[in-house]
Each structure stands twice: as structure tokens, then as C-alpha cells.
Design a protein around this ligand. Sequence first.
Ligand code: NAP
Length: 258
Amino acid sequence: MFASLAGRAVIVTGASKGIGRGIALRFASVGCQVLVVARTQGDAESVVAEIGAAGGRARAFAGDVTRQADMQAMAGAAVEAFGRVDVLCANAGIFPAAPLGAMSEAEFDAVIATNLKGNFLAVSACLPALKARGAGRIVLTSSITGPVTGFPGWSHYGASKAGQLGFMRTAAIELAPFGITVNAVLPGNIATEGLAGMGAEYRAAMAASVPMKRLGSVDDIANAALYFASDEAAYVTGQSLVIDGGQILPESLAALGG
Ligand code: NAP
């Protein structure tokens, strides 16, 4: 069903690692041209090399989603490299943990700036190019944490991820007349470099709390992003899709079988 995506120009922020890297590789695998965006140029270039080695087409762009000038330069780089922007995957995000009482104002601001304001800046910068296509696609990477669940240490993160969905709903209405859809993927616990930093004990506890008894893969999320970006999803906008192996479903430990 994703044949419609061949040749599309796709920007993926936070694409040097984890879910973003998975999204970039997956879009490239169906014939898209991908701008791989992250702050660390060398890491972005590694993903570009990986895509090139597999026969795909990609470029690296070093930019910070919290900086308006970087996001405008990012959109310009995509247009220069590919002649257009069809899809923006606003995926870059951070999840440093800090309990209330110990969380500093700077920590709160950094999470909101990257995860929420970063969406606004990336979307705003790409709008002229997306409007020019008449069928643009925006896919936000939110989370189950915030929109559906809570987790100690992540009040700022949960607020940013729920905020993304509020942003999405009004953006979807405003951009519908231009044929642009705005949707969100809500990952559960996905095996990424970022999650590796949480430690083995955390990952094992998370896998145990998932009815499917495993962490998600980056492809689990990338496949949903492909769907939202496809022509087949042209009438789907302002929606969020939980991809979590059933993690949000159990009422209690008993529901998991003890
Ligand atoms: P990750 O492995 O830590 O990778 C994060 C990526 O974002 C890297 O490429 C990083 O590269 C980039 N990045 C971070 N800050 C940036 C900034 N200010 N500007 C541009 N790029 C930036 O993270 P992940 O686990 O894949 O998570 C990706 C997204 O999925 C996030 O939005 C996260 O909230 C969401 N998510 C993840 C999970 C999970 O289980 N992993 C669950 C739910 C939601 P640089 O450091 O070089 O910039």
C-alpha cells in the first residue's frame, strides 16, 4: 500500500538514532528521499551512509529543533536537495527524568522547548513547502506518557507529549484546506539508544508490563508513520495512534496474569 510514497521528499528530525533513524530508514526503503536531521552532524551522516549503502537517497542536516533559524535552514536544505517537501516527521525529543521538587525551571524549559516548541518551529518552517505540494503530511512523535499514562519523573515530558496532541488538533484544522494532514504516533516503550540509557532494570520492568511481553521496535513506529504519510491516509487527520503492544490496557497486575 505504500507504493504511493516512492519519490516523496521526507524530513525526519531526531533521525540519527532510535525511532527517528528507524523512520528515516523505513521511508528510504520505500523509495523516499530523506533529510536526516540531528544536532550531531557525524551521527546524521552515518544514517545517510547507511541509507546510501542500501541503495536509497538521503542527505544529512545538522540542526537544533529548538532554534527557529535552524528549522528554517532545514526546510531550505530539503527544498535545495530534493526540490520539495512532502512529509515532515517531527520526531526529535528528549526524556531526562526529574521528580517534582527537584526539577529545575531550566530542566522543565528544555523538555518543553525540544518536544513541544520544536514541533511548532519545524512545522512552521516547512509550511510554505508543504502548502506548495497541496497534499503535505505531518507526523508527530508523541508518546503514551502524558496523553494516556503518567510515570514518576516525567511530569515535564508528559506535559510536552500531551501538548503535542493539542497542537496537532488545531494544526489539523488550520491546514486541512491546504490538503495537509497532521497526525501523531504514540509509542509505548521502544528499544532505542535513548531507552538504553534508562538501564536494564527499567527495560526489563517495562517489557514485563507489556501484554506482548517485549519492548517495541523502531519499525513498529516507522510503519505507522508510513501509513499516516501515504496517499491512502489522505482523509485521516488530527488523529493519534497508540503503538505499545497493549501496554496501556491492563487495569492491574492481575490483568497481566500476576
Ligand atoms: P533517542 O534514541 O534519544 O534519539 C533522539 C534523537 O533526537 C537523536 O537523533 C538526537 O540527536 C535527536 N535530538 C535530540 N534533541 C534534539 C534537538 N534539540 N534538535 C534536533 N535533534 C535532536 O530518542 P528515541 O527514544 O528514539 O525517541 C525519539 C522520539 O520518540 C522522542 O520524541 C521521544 O519522546 C519519543 N518516544 C520514545 C519512546 C521510547 O520508548 N524510546 C517512547 C515514546 C515516545 P542529537 O542528540 O545529535 O541531536
